[in-house]
Design a protein around this ligand. Structure first.
Ligand SMILES: Cc1cc2nc3c(=O)[nH]c(=O)nc-3n(C[C@H](O)[C@H](O)[C@H](O)COP(=O)(O)O)c2cc1C
Length: 233
């Protein structure tokens, strides 16, 4: 498995790291990679296809790619766009988990592949068929933005009923949902590593396949780690 992220203000990196922590609890080690650093020489994506990427221990490990990409000005960041364009050209693409980080996703119903305009358009634009796609609410932190960006975001917030006070700093990210996403990715990874038998269908890839006891233990460990690191503030 490969886990990539595209970020400017750090929230998508935090989400990718939280997913990696959740996967680690499930015994799956994966290092989140910043596309702004790895994308200039993205042989890594081609290598994903052939299972030759660095540190790969089994071909199954290369069959799933997770992308956590922030949205700015209505589009995923350029390195994520470039990544998806390249992904689309692979002859045997690994399965894709696509996670879009934006502020629109803070609203009910705007976190799904159908309900979130950025996710829906990304999937259509690149003609993707992700095994799982979700929009995750990011962070609003006016003090971080330059003058014009701040005015633009305040204007959009005024239109969409969000906070416009320039002192606002709110983390909208639903961390329990991110933890569940990590469990879902772990289940997908497990299915890929041990392919389904003839009577099992990929439709069974859902939270039902996760043992509830295991889920609650994993959540506790992740929550404790995050509190210690200040990740839930
Ligand atoms: C300049 C700028 C443009 C943004 N454009 C959008 C947008 O078009 N739609 C949206 O829902 N959120 C938008 N956002 C909110 C970001 O997606 C959100 O802050 C996210 O947490 C950023 O992720 P990052 O910290 O990984 O960079 C924008 C934020 C900034 C600073």
């Amino acid at each position: 498995m490969e886990l990539f992220y595209a970020t400017r203000d750090g929230q998508s990196r935090r989400i990718a790291e939280r997913i990696a922590a959740g996967l680690a609890v499930q015994g799956i080690r994966v290092l989140p990679q910043d596309l702004a650093i790895v994308s200039p020489g993205l042989p890594s994506l081609a290598a994903v296809e052939t299972g030759q990427a660095a540190g790969r221990t089994s071909p199954a490990a290369a069959q799933l790619v997770v992308l956590v990409a922030a949205v700015r000005y209505g589009l995923p960041l350029p390195e994520a766009e470039q990544f998806l364009a390249r992904y689309r050209k692979l002859s045997k693409p690994p399965q894709l988990v696509l996670l879009s980080v934006n502020l629109t996703a803070r609203k009910p119903g705007k976190d799904t592949a159908q309900g979130n305009v950025y996710l829906r358009k990304s999937i259509a634009r690149h003609r993707l068929d992700p095994v799982f796609a979700l929009a995750i609410a990011g962070r609003l932190d006016y003090a971080r933005y330059g003058f014009w960006d701040r005015q633009l975001i305040r204007f959009i917030m005024r239109l969409t009923g969000g906070p416009t006070d320039p002192a606002t700093s709110i983390e909208y990210t639903p961390w329990p949902v991110v933890d569940e996403v990590a469990l879902r990715i772990a289940a997908l990874h497990g299915r890929i590593a041990a392919p389904a038998g003839p009577n099992e269908s990929t439709a069974a890839l859902n939270f039902d396949s996760v043992d509830p006891g295991q889920l609650s233990r994993a959540k506790k460990i992740i929550g404790m780690t995050a509190m210690w690191r200040g990740g839930t503030r």
